[in-house]
Design a protein around this ligand. Structure first.
Ligand SMILES: *[C@@H]1O[C@H](CO)[C@@H](O)[C@H](O)[C@H]1NC(C)=O
Ligand SMILES: *[C@@H]1O[C@H](CO)[C@@H](O)[C@H](O)[C@H]1NC(C)=O
Ligand SMILES: *[C@@H]1O[C@H](CO)[C@@H](O)[C@H](O)[C@H]1NC(C)=O
Ligand SMILES: *[C@@H]1O[C@H](CO)[C@@H](O)[C@H](O)[C@H]1NC(C)=O
Ligand SMILES: *[C@@H]1O[C@H](CO)[C@@H](O)[C@H](O)[C@H]1NC(C)=O
Ligand SMILES: *[C@@H]1O[C@H](CO)[C@@H](O)[C@H](O)[C@H]1NC(C)=O
Length: 354
C-alpha cells in the first residue's frame, strides 16, 4: 500500500538522521526531485513577434510602489507577451521534470531556446509531428537521463492521430522513461484530457492506468502529470475516479490490452500526491484553474491539474504546492496555475561501508 510506503520513507529519513548524529560510515542514496505540471494555454493570439523583440521591450527600471498599477490587466495576452514570464517562472522553480500541456510548436521551441538547461520530448497531437498542442516533457539532463520515449492517442485507434468519438479535440499522452541522478528508474506520463466528453476522459484514464501498471513492471516508478479537465468530485469526476481506482476502468482497444495488460493491471492505481503529502507540507493555492479573470472572480476556480504517483512503488511526496501565474504587477501568464511537488523516488539505502 502507498501509505505504508510513506511510512518506509519516514523511517528512512530517521535512518538518515541517525546516521549523521552517530557519524557511522554509511551510504545513503536519496533521489529527491522537483517536478512540475503546467498547462500553458495555447498561443491563441498568434503574431510574428519573436523573442529578441519581447526581450528588448522589457523595462529595466524598478518602479516605485506608487507607480505600480496593481493587477493592471486580467484579460488574455498573446504568447509573445507571456513567454518571458513563463520561462523565468519555470527557471525559478527549477523542476527536474516538467510536463507542459497545450503548448503549440512555437511555444515549445521558444521555451527550449529560453531554457537551454532543458531538453524536451513530445509531438503535436494533430499529426504526431509538429501540428497541434503538445503534452511535452521538459527535463534537465544534468539531473535525469532519458532512456526512451513514446506517445499514444487517447482513443480506440491509439497508434494514429485520432479523436475519441464525441470528444472536443484529439488527445495524446507522452511517456518518457528516465533514470534519476542516483539511479532510480522512473517513467513520466504527461497528458491533457478532453474538456467536453466525460466518456473520452474515462477512456483516457483507463488507458493510462493500464500503461502505468505496465511501466511499473517493465521499467520503474511512475509519475503522472496532467490537466484532467476532471475534478476530484462532482458530476465530471469519472476520469479522476478511474485513474485513482475509485471506479473501474472502462473497456479499451483489444490491441492496446494485448500490449499493455499485465498481472498488475487490476490493482495498480495512480495516487493523488496532494493527498499523500503531510498537511504541513502542502502550500499555495487550492485551485489549479482560474481562467483569465479578475483576481476576485472565483466563479471558475477548480482543481483539475494533478501530479500523481504509481501505487506499486516507493514514491513519497515531500512537498506539494499549487503556485501562482497572476502577479500583482501584471497579467496572467496562463489560465492555469503551475503545480509543483518535491518527490522522493526510490528507497534510501543505508549500508555500513566500513
Ligand atoms: C498494488 O497497489 C495496490 C494499491 O495500493 C494494492 O492494492 C495491490 O495489492 C498492489 N499490488 C501488488 C502486486 O503489490
Ligand atoms: C544522491 O545520493 C547522494 C549520496 O547520498 C546525496 O548526497 C544526493 O543528495 C542524492 N541526490 C539526489 C538527487 O537526491
Ligand atoms: C519604465 O518604468 C519606469 C518606472 O515605472 C517608468 O517611469 C518609465 O516610464 C518606464 N519606461 C517605459 C519606456 O515604459
Ligand atoms: C514534421 O514537421 C516539420 C516542420 O513542421 C516538417 O519539416 C517535416 O517534414 C515534418 N515531418 C513529417 C514526417 O511529416
Ligand atoms: C485497436 O487499435 C489498433 C491500433 O491502433 C487499430 O488498428 C484497431 O483498428 C483498433 N481497434 C478498434 C476496434 O478500434
Ligand atoms: C516536509 O518538508 C520539510 C521541509 O522542507 C522536510 O524536511 C520534511 O522531510 C517534509 N516532511 C515530510 C513528512 O515529508
Amino acid at each position: 500500500m502507498f501509505s505504508s510506503l510513506i511510512i518506509c520513507g519516514l523511517a528512512a529519513l530517521e535512518l538518515v538522521a541517525a546516521a549523521s548524529t552517530k557519524k557511522t560510515s554509511s551510504t545513503t542514496y536519496a533521489d529527491v526531485i522537483r517536478v512540475q505540471s503546467w498547462n500553458l494555454r495555447y498561443d491563441s493570439m498568434s503574431d510574428s513577434i519573436y523573442y529578441p523583440q519581447t526581450a528588448s521591450g522589457l523595462n529595466a527600471t524598478v518602479p516605485y510602489t506608487s507607480e505600480v498599477s496593481w493587477y493592471s490587466s486580467y484579460t488574455e495576452k498573446a504568447w509573445s507577451t507571456r513567454r518571458i514570464g513563463v520561462a523565468s517562472t519555470i527557471q525559478f522553480m527549477n523542476p527536474g521534470v516538467l510536463c507542459m500541456q497545450e503548448a503549440l510548436n512555437r511555444q515549445v521551441v521558444d521555451l527550449a531556446g529560453m531554457m537551454p538547461e532543458y531538453k524536451w520530448i513530445g509531438v503535436g497531437r494533430d499529426d504526431g509531428n509538429t501540428s497541434g498542442e503538445y503534452s511535452t516533457i521538459f527535463y534537465r539532463p544534468e539531473l535525469v537521463t532519458l532512456h526512451s520515449w513514446d506517445y499514444f492517442w487517447l482513443s480506440p485507434t491509439y497508434t494514429v492521430p485520432s479523436k475519441y468519438t464525441g470528444a472536443g479535440s484529439i488527445r495524446i499522452a507522452t511517456v518518457g522513461r528516465f533514470t534519476s541522478a542516483n539511479g532510480t528508474k522512473f517513467s513520466a506520463i504527461c497528458t491533457h484530457w478532453d474538456d467536453q466528453s466525460e466518456d473520452a476522459r474515462q477512456y483516457a484514464a483507463s488507458m493510462i492506468r493500464y500503461r502505468g501498471a505496465y511501466e511499473t513492471k517493465k521499467w520503474g516508478e511512475v509519475l503522472l502529470f496532467g490537466d484532467f479537465n476532471s475534478p476530484s468530485s462532482g458530476s465530471d469526476d469519472g476520469g479522476y475516479n478511474i485513474i485513482t481506482g475509485a471506479e473501474d476502468m472502462v473497456s479499451v482497444n483489444a490491441t492496446f490490452l494485448a500490449e499493455y495488460k499485465s498481472s498488475l493491471s487490476d490493482t495498480f492505481v495512480m495516487e493523488d500526491l496532494l493527498k499523500y503529502t503531510p498537511p504541513q507540507n502542502r502550500s499555495g493555492n487550492h485551485a489549479t484553474f482560474q481562467g483569465f479573470v479578475k483576481v476576485t472572480d472565483t466563479s471558475d476556480l477548480k482543481r483539475i491539474d494533478f501530479i500523481m504517483g504509481g501505487s506499486n512503488s516507493t514514491i513519497t511526496p515531500l512537498r506539494y504546492r499549487v503556485e501562482e501565474m497572476f502577479f500583482d504587477n501584471g497579467y496572467h501568464q496562463s489560465d492555469h496555475r503551475p503545480v509543483i511537488a518535491d518527490v522522493q523516488l526510490g528507497t534510501y539505502k543505508v549500508s555500513k561501508s566500513k
